[in-house]
Structures are given as structure tokens and as C-alpha cells.
Design a binder for this molecule. Structure first.
Ligand code: ADP
Ligand code: MG
Length: 679
């Protein structure tokens, strides 16, 4: 057994933890000794405040030095044992539940002077301490400050403190995995000592070198794995794709705008990857409306020109449909394109499966259905995943495997997360970033209105419609039930229809494909002026003529989500507006969030502020998505350590040989299992 394995062993290995106690721990997700070490002190108990009995404060934890005067052991079930104590100023009862007489006699010998502490009660005219903590008989030798942990029910403090101090005592010395230059930055504190310091009550809320070292370890463990995945992907050799750089003109000839500098740069980076013999594993990052779809289409065309097939995966059916329409209109006529979603009927599905296997389809657009088991591509050369910020490292790895040997991977994300988060979540990939927005983009004016001012909103919208503009009206989930969600959007729809001479459409999850398509077409062809919808429009959808978005119940959304929604407008050259509706007076936090949103149209800035308000783990549901999270490292607060870890991983050049050095780290931080799947 390597010495770190003690830390990975089950908590029932600890003295004093039997099946029952272990169960209590497991409820808190503490399964191993290592887990236990991460249940961090919440508070400290200061036992240094030595008092006389007549100075005691009820309700506080205090320490006294008393003489033990009299025992009372009733020997009746449920009646507690009592010990009467006193000092020069008064009397105090010690009450013991569940303690044996022998034990009490031992810690509080009759007529001796002892120091005890505990929470002070007052009962029947006398001070009391229930289950006092015995501190010895010499005030100078007692440990004055104790640690308080968050405990599960059924586990008392004393027992917990005993357990944790045993564990802290038994932490083995581990071989240092950090480089000397790194550990120097943390005052050469070893992992073991850092953990011990972390539990030292003196260090509560302190974030000194010991803390930084632990944060660094955590980041490093994550980055090492990312780097290892990346290397193993790069090792795979593929057939280089061959295509002419002029292909792009097929597309640019059909659009009436110039590509931005960053779009061109991204296209070039992707082309280089496609032409290389290493598998592409690239993230294309760009704020909403930065024009990622065009970049995707040029890559698609190049791959098809080099005689490969492409799968383009969208998160929703509506978006798949829209991509399909756009691809049809921008790609050359001889490119064979089809669409497959969960709603595609069986006959057509069979035909598509067949055509894929015969390379009768060049580009298949769709939702998750694109990668079901029955579906086999004849010659898949590129997978594009749109807006899939919720894909974890392992899922991407799986997809890449499924794509086969010659398949490149491009992931597009509109989630403008800080660099430290990109490094964490997409650290296994190369990254292209589109920063510059298309020239014609206007700042979007963001307003907030209470629900009861809806008349004002209507008046404003009527003016907009009169000028030929179109409007999104978003009704978010109100209850966790689809039905209610549906009802609220339907009644809003009815209401708006009355006000806008029937030129209103509604889009929600329950509609079938044809119906959805018709409504979207009606909106595109301006047969309707207002599109009421649930949040299905959040991701990706593109209607440049819509310049106002109204968001009901706006406080139900996170900042980044609101920014995404807002990004649906302001794509054409008209003044754009985002109106946030609220039910009643706003909380301070809600006010802060609106202020951030109003003050900035920059997704990066907003997501950073969002993280500060909500914590990074909550951002866009990363927690639910199974993407690795950190125990103490924070991509905002520990930015410098993230960058340091990035540098260090580059320096290390992790290989199959030197990875062993880091095994304790990877195993302890639970990152190692993926290693088995890597070459
Ligand atoms: P996103 O990056 O959010 O996916 P889209 O690809 O949907 O953005 O593009 C948003 C809108 O901007 C589309 O209407 C698209 O045609 C348009 N667009 C893309 N690139 C440019 C550009 N360089 N100049 C002007 N408009 C552009
Ligand atoms: Mg998009």
C-alpha cells in the first residue's frame, strides 16, 4: 500500500467510526478519510475566557475553574447524572446525559479543583452546564481555542473533534509532487502540513501559503488531466484534409457583410487543424451574436470538399432547423444536407441512416439524435457541437471516440466565461476566440419595468411595430411544471393577440415540428410581429429583424442567461431594446444584477460579475452537468494560481512516465479514473 492510500480508505477505518457513524458521514458525502479532511472548520470556540460563576453569561460558551462538591447519580433511566460544583462566588450544576458514573468520577473527582467549559444555562435558580468539556486542572496547559465543524445530526462535537484529530495525526508523509520552484512560492509547506494548518482554528478564514498550496494542488490535478487528455488526442494520427482556401468564397459571395478580423482568424486556425495530421479538438468561443455560425459553415464546406461527412449538433430542434435552413441557403447546391431530430418520423429516419452509410449525405444537422447507436457515418470528418457549454471533459472524450479516427471536433460556445474557467472546463482543447463583434452591432438599451406598468410596455411596442420592427416576448418557467409554464405563455399570448390585431405567434416545447417551423417562418416573413415563447429561443436563434425582447419574470434568470436572451436582438442595424419585467419590488441582489446587465453588453464582464454574485459553480448549471468542480479553488479569487498552474503543466510536459509522480495528487483529488481510457 502506498502511503497515500490511507487517505483514500473508507472512513470506517478510523477508530471510533462504526457502521452507524459511517452512515452519518456518508449522508454528508464523506466516504473516505480524504473527504473527511475537506469538511472544514466553520467556527472556533474560544475557551480562554475564564470567569467566576457570578460573572457567567447565559447562552455563551465559557470556561470556569470550580471545586467538585457533590454527586447525584439517580440510577433511574432518563434521569441525568448531576455534579454540584462551586467557586468563591456561587454554585453550578454539571448535567451529564449518556455518561457513566465511572467516567464522571474520573474527570470530576470529588473535592478537586477542575477547569471545565460549556454552554451556560440557568435552571431553577442555578447555573448549569450540560455535558461540560473537561479541560484539566491547570489553566496554563489547556488548549484554549477549539474548532467547530458543521456536523450531521447524531454526531456530537466532542466525538467529531476526536475523530478529526486522530485523522490529522495519522496523515502520512507523502512524497512531494510539486516542483521545488513552485513549493517555494508557498513557503515550502508540505501538503500534509497545509492540511493540518487548514484545520487549525487559529487559521480560520486565513488564506496564507498553506491555503494557496492546497488551492494550487487542486487546480494542478485538474489541469494535469486536461493536458493528458489533450496529449492523448494529439497522438492520434488522422488523414489530412485537403481543400482549397477559395472555398470560403462560395459562402462570402452570398452574404452582404464582411467577416470580422476574428472570424477570419478563427477560420484560419480551424483550417490549419483540418489540414494537419493531428486530430482537431478545438473550442470556438464567442459572445452571442459574434457570428460563429458562418465560421462553422466554412469549416463544414472545407471538410465536405475534402470528401468527408460532417455532423452538426445543435442543442434544440429549433436551432437545428435554423442551421439547416441557413446551410441550405449558403452552401453550394450540390452539397447534400439533411436534418435529423428526435421528432423525425421513422421512415425518413431509416432513409437518412441508409444515406449516411452510403455517403449520400454530406452534412447531417440535428440534435443529440445524431449520435445514437444505430447511426453510422460512412466517412465522418468533422463533428461540430453548437452551444454545448454543458458538455464535460469525459463526454467530449466519448464523442471524439465515437467520431472515429479521422474525425475532427469543433465545439462552439457562447458562454463568455473568464479565461480561468476556459482553462478548467475546456483545458483539453485548443481555443479560438471571437472577440470583435460585427461592425453594425448596436448597444442594446436595457430597461426594467414592474408588471403593473405593462400598459406602458404595450404602448412602446405598438410604436415599434408601427415602424416595422418585431418583438420577442419571453415567458420563463414559473413553476417546475411544463403545464403551468405552458399555460402562462398561452394566456400571455391571448392577451397580446387582443392588443396586436392577431399578429402574434406562440412557440413552446409541446408543439410539433411542422407547427414550430410554420411559426418561425411566419415570424421570419413578418406575418407576425410578436413571438411569444418559453426560453427555447435562448440558445442561438437568429432573427435580425427583431429588435425588442421583453423578458417576463426576469428575476428567475441568471445574469448570463439574461445576456444570452438579450443577445437575440440587436443583430440588425436598428436600435435594440431589452425590457426586463418584474413582479414586485426587487431584492437588493436582484437590483445589483440588473445594474450589471444595464451597464454592460460585454458577456465576459457580465459572467464575471455573475460568478462573483453566485459563485462559479452555479454559473450556467455547471454543477448539475457533472463537470468537475473544486473544493476550494475559485476561478475568480485564485486567478493567479490558475495561471501559475497553467504554466506549470506546460513545463511538466506530462508523460506516461512522469505521471506516476502525480498519482497521489490525481487519485486523492479523484481525477485519475479517466487515465485508463487514454493512450
Ligand atoms: P452566434 O455567434 O451567436 O452564433 P450567429 O452566427 O447566429 O451568432 O450570427 C448572428 C448574426 O450576425 C447573424 O444574423 C449573422 O448573419 C450575422 N453576422 C455574422 N457575421 C457577421 C459579420 N461579420 N458582419 C455582420 N453580421 C454578421
Ligand atoms: Mg449560435
Amino acid at each position: 500500500m502506498s502511503n497515500y492510500e490511507y487517505l483514500l480508505s473508507d472512513i470506517n477505518k478510523i477508530n471510533g467510526i462504526g457502521t452507524k457513524t459511517a452512515k452519518l458521514f456518508r449522508k454528508k458525502n464523506i466516504n473516505t478519510i480524504f473527504d473527511l479532511l475537506w469538511n472544514l472548520p466553520r467556527d472556533i470556540i474560544d475557551r480562554s475566557d475564564l470567569r467566576k460563576i457570578n460573572q457567567l453569561q447565559i447562552g455563551k460558551i465559557q470556561t470556569i475553574s470550580v471545586n467538585v462538591r457533590k454527586y447525584n447519580f439517580p440510577r433511574v433511566r432518563n434521569l441525568p447524572n448531576r455534579v454540584l460544583c462551586e467557586d468563591e462566588t456561587g454554585k453550578l450544576d454539571c448535567i451529564f446525559f449518556n455518561s457513566y458514573e465511572g467516567y464522571i468520577r474520573k474527570i470530576l473527582p470529588l473535592n478537586s479543583r477542575v477547569i471545565i467549559s460549556g454552554k451556560i444555562n440557568f435552571y431553577k435558580n442555578r447555573y448549569q452546564i450540560t455535558n461540560p468539556t473537561y479541560l484539566g486542572n491547570n489553566i496554563n496547559s489547556i488548549k484554549k481555542v477549539d474548532t467547530k465543524y458543521s456536523l450531521t445530526e447524531g454526531l456530537n462535537e466532542k466525538k467529531y473533534n476526536k475523530i478529526i484529530s486522530e485523522v490529522l495525526n495519522k496523515i502520512p508523509d507523502l512524497n512531494e509532487w510539486l516542483d521545488i520552484n513552485i513549493i517555494n512560492k508557498f513557503e515550502n509547506i508540505k501538503w500534509k502540513d497545509a492540511i493540518i494548518q487548514l484545520h487549525d482554528p487559529k487559521n480560520l478564514n486565513k488564506k496564507g501559503s498553506f491555503y494557496k498550496r492546497l488551492v494550487f494542488d487542486e487546480i494542478l490535478s485538474s489541469f494535469l488531466i486536461n493536458s493528458k487528455i489533450r496529449k492523448s488526442v494529439k497522438k492520434l494520427k488522422k488523414i489530412k484534409k485537403k481543400f482549397s482556401s477559395n472555398n470560403i468564397e462560395h459562402i462570402t459571395n452570398k452574404i452582404d457583410f464582411e467577416l470580422t478580423k476574428d472570424q477570419l482568424k478563427a477560420i484560419n486556425e480551424i483550417n490549419d487543424d483540418l489540414r494537419s495530421e493531428q486530430k482537431m479538438f478545438r473550442l470556438l468561443q464567442g459572445d452571442v451574436g459574434s457570428g460563429k455560425t458562418i465560421v462553422a459553415l466554412t469549416s463544414i464546406l472545407n471538410v465536405i470538399k475534402s470528401k468527408f461527412q460532417v455532423a452538426f449538433m445543435a442543442p434544440t430542434e429549433i436551432l437545428a432547423q435554423q442551421h439547416y435552413n441557413l446551410a441550405k441557403s449558403l452552401l453550394p447546391d450540390n452539397v447534400k444536407i439533411d436534418i435529423l431530430t428526435s421528432k423525425t418520423d421513422n421512415k425518413i429516419r431509416k432513409k437518412i441512416i441508409n444515406n449516411l452509410e452510403n455517403h449520400q449525405i454530406d452534412l447531417l444537422i440535428g440534435t443529440h439524435s445524431l449520435f445514437q447507436n444505430k447511426i453510422n457515418y460512412k466517412k465522418l470528418g468533422l463533428i461540430i457541437i453548437d452551444e454545448q457549454h454543458k458538455f464535460g471533459v469525459k463526454q467530449r472524450k466519448k464523442l471524439s471516440d465515437k467520431g472515429g479516427k479521422n474525425c475532427d471536433i469543433l465545439v462552439m460556445s457562447a458562454t463568455p466565461i473568464p479565461r480561468t474557467m476556459i482553462m478548467t472546463i475546456f483545458g483539453d482543447m485548443d481555443v479560438s476566440i471571437i472577440k470583435s463583434k460585427p461592425k453594425n452591432r448596436k448597444e442594446i438599451t436595457t430597461l426594467s419595468k414592474l408588471d403593473k406598468k405593462i400598459e406602458e410596455i404595450l404602448a412602446f411596442l405598438k410604436k415599434q411595430v408601427k415602424n416595422g420592427n418585431q418583438i420577442f416576448w419571453v415567458c420563463p418557467l414559473i413553476e417546475e411544471s411544463k403545464k403551468v409554464d405552458h399555460q402562462s405563455s398561452v394566456s400571455r399570448y391571448e392577451y397580446l393577440k387582443k392588443n396586436f390585431s392577431n399578429k402574434v405567434g406562440i412557440l413552446h416545447g409541446n408543439l410539433d415540428k411542422d407547427r414550430k417551423e410554420k411559426i418561425l417562418n411566419d415570424f421570419l416573413n413578418k406575418k407576425i410581429d410578436i413571438l411569444v415563447s418559453t426560453t427555447v429561443i435562448e440558445v442561438g436563434i437568429d432573427f435580425p429583424n427583431a429588435n425588442v425582447i421583453v423578458i417576463e419574470n426576469a428575476n428567475k434568470f441568471g445574469l448570463s442567461q439574461l445576456h444570452q436572451l438579450r443577445g437575440r436582438v440587436g443583430r440588425g442595424d436598428k436600435e435594440a431594446y431589452c425590457i426586463l419585467m418584474f413582479k414586485s419590488n426587487l431584492s437588493e441582489n436582484a437590483k445589483k444584477r440588473i445594474k450589471i446587465l444595464k451597464s454592460s453588453n460585454d458577456g465576459f464582464k457580465i459572467s464575471e460579475e455573475d460568478m462573483k454574485l453566485r459563485g462559479y459553480g452555479d454559473l450556467l448549471g455547471f454543477k448539475q452537468s457533472g463537470i468537475q468542480s473544486f473544493r476550494i479553488a475559485d476561478p475568480i479569487l485564485n486567478e493567479d494560481l490558475f495561471f501559475l498552474a497553467e504554466q506549470e503543466v506546460k513545463r511538466i510536459e506530462v508523460t506516461n512516465e512522469n505521471i506516476d509522480n502525480y498519482m497521489p495528487l490525481l487519485k486523492m483529488y479523484d481525477r485519475a479514473d479517466i487515465l485508463n481510457d487514454l493512450v
